[in-house]
Design a protein. Structure first.
Lengths: 339, 296
């Protein structure tokens, strides 16, 4: 990512003053509180959009470990998201196994294994070849889902039945009540844990090694980092994260279909990340949130929302590659210098 | 009869391959010179197809016999050349020298925009040119029934391939393209106006895409998704052939076209799967492509 001089510094966990740390803690608490009380305040529809956001947010955390931290652009990452979503569909409607915890665990294990296999091939390459190879795998999975319809339901996809949460069967209550009640908080807790774990990962020596690989692979090699192995680890973690995101998403959308792994859906993940800002830990999630609400708004105004989103993406790439978070942090820096 | 089947499969494969070649050649020339992998070339193809329908209808309106429909189709492809400079000057030129991933994303943005431009102009219902395909008639080749239009497209594609080859090897512009693909700094130092070369090359890439779209249209119908679907195939072609190589585009398109035809007629489940398995195999064992090495 040499193109954008805003990389390393903004990504490192900052050792700033105590007062700033305090504000940060308060900010995080405020965000958490906001999400907790939201279903009680806002409309059901807003909470529904937020639920979709929870799923994407987990996937984006994983995606950015590859893109923002390791410097590898995956154009097929929706593959793992679809893996997660199809796991829910298979377990609930084919195997009649309903506990969400089991489904999550299986999705993580299966997609980690799949990511290990695919990653072993992909991490041999970087840049455009990496992007192309991941795109190819994503499309391979797409055509598998389409063509083997007797297993996967083809382009109609599969229905997702309601999973049990913490052992409770909640199939009796109406759908919206289920989503806004138990499921909302379940997803929020999963997202919180996922965010915390990812924060630990990126601030660990491992995370620092990934950034070193991104900024200067040769130097990282000289310093004794096994570059390909670390890229491979990042790929596996990132795949597992996307699968968890897919698992969370599936009960919300209620039906899984192959477009989940189509290359344009992978493009959506990239778009969200870029919109929020890949140079910031929380940036991609911010991007996901903005994307989902903006898409909802623009789609209600015009059928030609793709054009508007294309223009936004072009603008981002050309003018503000740091995304919204990049713009905010440069404004904050300017403000501080002003004082 | 087996022989008939083989001829049928081969020729429909080569027909599809020759369309693919045009689009992939556009992809390759742009990648060779500008090092930008242009995801939007599928949209140029779709735009060419829709414009082809319009031009054929206009031609029919002024009384041109169906048999001469090839002329308005080629004109439609050429007419769209102006898209090239717009996209290149308006967007792409801002990201030269930036990381490749951002260039890729910018072309993805172009895909999103053009999809809606097409929806805005033509709506979502498929468009076709009824009658044109059959107007050219069919011939019987050893028992296989071959639409003559397919043969015309194959020949046109071969002619275009020949012209491109001639241009690259014999003309001054071709030498400039090859020099730039080989070493940009050196060519610039030798006094080549990079700005104009980039615009011309991107326009050439665009026109190859729109021509492909225009030529395919009598055999199929123009649909909104045809752009994103084609890029997946064109992508397979350039990977199998080798990124940036014109020879690669030619052989890659043949391989993909014929494989696709074989898969469709024997075991349709395998169509994209087979092609993408080969793509992955090529990327793993020979990432420079089966026919890579010879630049642009």
């Amino acid at each position: 990512m040499k193109a954008d001089n805003l990389t390393l510094k903004t990504l490192e966990p900052k050792n700033t003053s105590v007062s700033f740390k305090k504000t940060k803690t308060w900010a995080i608490l405020a965000i958490a509180l906001f999400f907790i009380i939201l279903p009680r305040l806002g409309s059901q529809y807003v909470s529904y959009l937020i639920l979709t956001f929870f799923g994407y947010a987990v996937a984006l955390l994983g995606f950015n470990l590859l893109f923002g931290y390791t410097g590898l652009l995956s154009f097929g990452h929706a593959l793992f998201l679809a893996m997660g979503a199809y796991t829910v569909a298979f377990f609930t409607s084919k195997f009649s196994i309903f506990p969400m915890e089991i489904i999550l665990l299986v999705a993580i294990v299966v997609s980690a294994i799949l990511a290990a296999l695919i990653g072993a091939v992909c991490v041999q390459y970087i840049k455009i070849y990496f992007a192309m190879l991941t795109l190819a795998f994503g499309m391979l999975f797409y055509s598998f889902l389409i063509k083997f319809y007797y297993v996967t339901g083809g382009d109609e996809g599969m229905r997702v039945l309601r999973p049990y949460l913490l052992g409770y069967e909640l199939s009796a209550i109406p759908k919206m009540q289920f989503l806004m009640g138990g499921y909302y908080y379940y997803a929020l807790v999963v997202l919180t844990i996922a965010t915390w774990v990812m924060w630990k990962i990126v601030s660990s020596p491992f995370g620092l090694c990934l950034m070193a690989i991104r900024d200067n692979p040769e130097k990282a090699t000289y310093l004794g980092v096994d570059v390909k192995r670390y890229r491979w680890y990042a790929f596996i973690i990132s795949g597992a994260y996307a699968a968890v995101g897919g698992v969370l998403l599936a009960p919300v959308i209620g039906q899984v279909d192959p477009t989940l792994t189509y290359w344009t859906h992978s493009g959506t993940l990239v778009f969200m990340t870029l919109l929020g800002g890949f140079t910031n830990f929380l940036g991609p999630m911010l991007g996901g949130l903005i994307y989902i609400f903006l898409q909802d708004k623009v789609m209600s105004l015009t059928t030609y929302w793709r054009f508007i989103f294309g223009a936004i993406l072009a603008f981002l790439v050309i003018v503000a590659p740091g995304g919204v978070a990049g713009v905010i942090s440069s404004l904050v820096k300017k403000g501080r210098r002003g004082i | 009869m087996v022989l008939t089947d083989i001829i049928n499969i081969l020729l429909s494969g080569v027909f599809y391959g020759s369309i693919l070649f045009l689009v992939a050649a556009g992809l390759q020339v742009v990648f060779g010179v500008q090092k930008v992998f242009n995801l939007a070339c599928g949209e140029f193809y779709a735009l060419g197809a829709y414009t082809g329908v319009v031009f054929v209808k206009i031609a029919q309106g002024i009384g041109l016999p169906l048999l001469f429909s090839l002329l308005p189709l080629i004109l439609a492809g050429l007419f769209l050349f102006f898209i090239g400079p717009i996209v290149e000057r308006g967007l792409l030129r801002f990201v030269y020298g930036r990381d490749e991933t951002f260039q890729l994303l910018l072309t993805f943005a172009v895909v999103l925009m053009f999809e809606d431009v097409i929806r805005f102009i033509w709506g979502t219902s498929p468009q076709s040119t009824p009658g044109v395909y059959l107007a050219y008639g069919q011939i019987n080749l050893l028992g296989a029934i071959i639409p003559i239009y397919n043969l015309i497209v194959i020949v046109s594609s071969l002619v275009i391939a020949g012209l491109i080859g001639y241009m690259l090897v014999r003309t001054k512009f071709g030498r400039i393209i090859r020099a730039t693909a080989d070493n940009r700094e050196m060519s610039e130092a030798l006094g080549i106006n990079m700005k104009s070369v980039y615009t011309k090359v991107f326009t050439l890439g665009t026109v190859l895409g729109t021509l492909g779209g225009a030529l395919v249209i009598p055999a199929t119908a123009a649909m909104t998704e045809m752009g994103v679907e084609l890029i997946v195939m064109a992508f397979a072609v350039v990977v199998i052939g080798g990124l940036g190589s014109m020879k690669g585009a030619f052989f890659g398109a043949l391989v993909v076209g014929i494989l696709r035809a074989i898969a469709i007629s024997t075991y349709p489940e395998l169509e994209l799967l087979l092609i993408y398995l080969i793509v992955i195999g090529v990327l793993v064992f020979r990432p420079e492509g089966l026919f890579g090495g010879s630049r642009a």
